[in-house]
Design a protein around this ligand. Structure first.
Ligand code: FAD
Ligand code: NAI
Length: 474
């Protein structure tokens, strides 16, 4: 008799492990299959998926180390602190990052134990369905499930003719584990990974050149934010970002890497010592046994789902990077919770209009809801309030006044339609805007909330006041 569960989740990334835990909390027998993709040096399966192993968590650990190095090297001076001969030991920085990853991935195992989720180590594939029960092959063992949640996540997209060895030519995996600061770092793709990891190595001393295919910089962000970010990243921080280029041949030789590319009509070559390829991610659906059961996958490789993450098959759900929408850990976690609650007969729901986006560059960039250009394109009348951190006492005290908060509200109802922040702690500040949008609050509602003084959050307060043209401190 094969093992049987109410819910079996395939994939233990943030979408999958959260789904498995929530299902168990709701009294369902719950199991989670995870492959050896991120196995530890002893070969033990590691949970947490891309996010914990080679994504969100390790990248933020390195960002922090590089920020401290930058502060010590250049930021202390204005406080009257001198720090000479500041040095970065890359091996220690990487070890710290690895320890954080180990701690957190191990922590998920603890959460599985606490919540009575059965871990099924192995590679999961659909086999078929009999008597309303799905059969999955887990590396040779058949497991039965009333409901299956596919949470197999995504992998880095590579470009044809550019072989990634994760030593010299790297995707996110290798780029998080360089053994030294490259003198010249090339990056293909000025998206989130390119800018976050480009910033890490730039701060540590690399000359960083980023080659981007499209002519716009950060096209998904509000125009005011992308303009400000462009100024800061290129002029102040010295990232060399070249837009509208077409990548050609990449060759790896003894003296380094040559990236041929076209910049308008001009043929150019970028010489670098390491290259990061960060041009997006592709869903992991190739080897799922989808054909065995007729699971619908679209032309982009993503599993087709409805607003509740139900697939075309009965009792088969899919969540996280493997389905439509932004490839973000928190979006996947929300979907995991929703699906587990729906399976348990509750009213699960995800508000896709209130999912925040954050880039952990310095300054950070965070937003939720519509951009000003989207509102214009959709013909929605709006009012905008924008406050620079330069007018915020806490920002001045911290010596970090770059950026602003911008609130966009419906011209008639005053309901908040979008909030955009570029500045220190934008990732934390955006939470207030998400709450506002989730509860359909108006700019006036934010304006009437008492914000502690002196805090960066007062800039949110002032921006909400500015929507009604009555900021108090600007
Ligand atoms: P994944 O995390 O990819 O997990 C899927 C899991 O399924 C993996 O463990 C995989 O091994 C396993 N699997 C796949 N197929 C099978 C199978 N057939 N059988 C068994 N197991 C299988 N997002 C944010 O929100 N904030 C950030 O700051 C952020 N930073 C990032 C930084 C980097 C460098 C990268 C690469 C990504 C970052 N992301 C960030 C994105 C985030 O990591 C993903 O959105 C998130 O991990 C997706 O979760 P998931 O559970 O859908 O998939
Ligand atoms: P991305 O989609 O953010 O950016 C990819 C960039 O590469 C785009 O600007 C694109 O125009 C460009 N590009 C594509 N093909 C190209 C080519 N041939 N030549 C030059 N440029 C090309 O993808 P990225 O940075 O790889 O990150 C993947 C995903 O991981 C993100 O979309 C995001 O979902 C997630 N992520 C989230 C983070 C966060 O939330 N802070 C941090 C890092 C990753």
């Amino acid at each position: 008799m094969s093992k049987q569960f109410d819910v079996v989740v395939i994939g233990a990334g943030p979408a999958g492990y959260v789904a498995a835990i929530r299902a168990a909390q709701l009294g369902l027998s719950s199991a989670c299959i995870e492959s050896e993709a991120y196995a530890d040096p002893k070969g033990e399966v590691r949970l947490g998926g891309t996010c914990l192993n080679v994504g969100c968590i390790p990248s933020k650990a390195l960002l922090r180390s590089s920020e401290l190095y930058e502060e010590a090297s250049h930021g202390f001076v204005m406080h009257g602190i001198s720090a000479e001969n500041v040095k970065m030991d890359v091996a220690t920085m990487i070890r710290r990052k690895d320890n954080i990853v180990a701690q957190l991935t191990q922590g998920i195992k603890g959460l599985f134990k606490k919540n009575k989720v059965t871990l099924l180590p192995g590679y999961g594939r659909f086999v078929g369905r009999e008597d309303d029960v799905w059969h999955l092959d887990v590396s040779g063992e058949i497991v039965a499930a009333r409901h299956v949640i596919v949470a197999t996540g995504s992998k880095p997209r590579h470009l044809p003719g550019i072989p990634v060895d994760n030593r010299l030519v790297c995707d996110n995996v290798g780029a998080l584990s360089f053994d030294a600061v490259p003198k010249r770092l090339g990056v293909i793709g000025a998206g989130v990974i390119g800018l976050e990891l480009g910033s890490v190595w730039k701060r540590l001393g690399s000359e960083v050149t980023i080659l981007e295919a499209v002519p716009e910089f950060l096209a998904a962000a509000d125009d005011a934010v992308s303009k400000e970010a462009w100024k800061i990243f290129t002029r102040k921080q010295g990232l060399d970002i070249r837009l509208n280029v077409k990548i050609g041949k990449v060759s790896v030789g003894k003296k380094g890497i040559s990236v041929e590319y076209e910049d308008g009509e001009e043929a150019r070559t970028l010489e670098c010592d390491r290259l990061i390829v960060s041009v997006g991610r592709d869903p992991n659906t190739g080897d799922l046994g989808a054909d065995n059961v007729g699971l619908k996958i679209n032309e982009r490789g993503r599993i087709e789902v409805d607003a509740h993450c139900a697939t075309n098959l009965p009792n088969v759900w899919a969540v996280g990077d493997v389905v439509r929408g932004p490839m973000l850990a928190h979006k996947g976690m929300e979907e995991g919770v929703m699906v587990a609650e729906l399976i348990a007969g509750q009213a699960g729901h995800v508000n896709y209009d209130a999912i925040p986006s954050v880039m952990y560059t310095h300054p950070e960039i965070a937003w939720v809801g519509k951009t000003e250009q989207q509102l214009k394109n959709e013909g929605i009348e709006y009012r905008a309030g924008q406050i620079p951190f330069m007018a915020n006492g806490r920002a001045l005290g911290q010596g970090d006044t770059t950026g602003f908060v911008k609130v966009l509200a419906d011209a008639k109802t005053d309901r908040v339609l979008g909030v955009h922040v570029i500045g220190a702690s934008a990732s934390e500040l955006i939470a207030e805007a998400v709450v506002a949008m989730e509860f359909g609050a108006s700019a006036e509602d934010i304006a009437r909330i008492c914000h502690a003084h002196p805090t960066l959050s007062e800039a949110m307060h002032e921006a909400a006041l500015a929507v009604d043209k009555r900021p108090l401190h600007f």
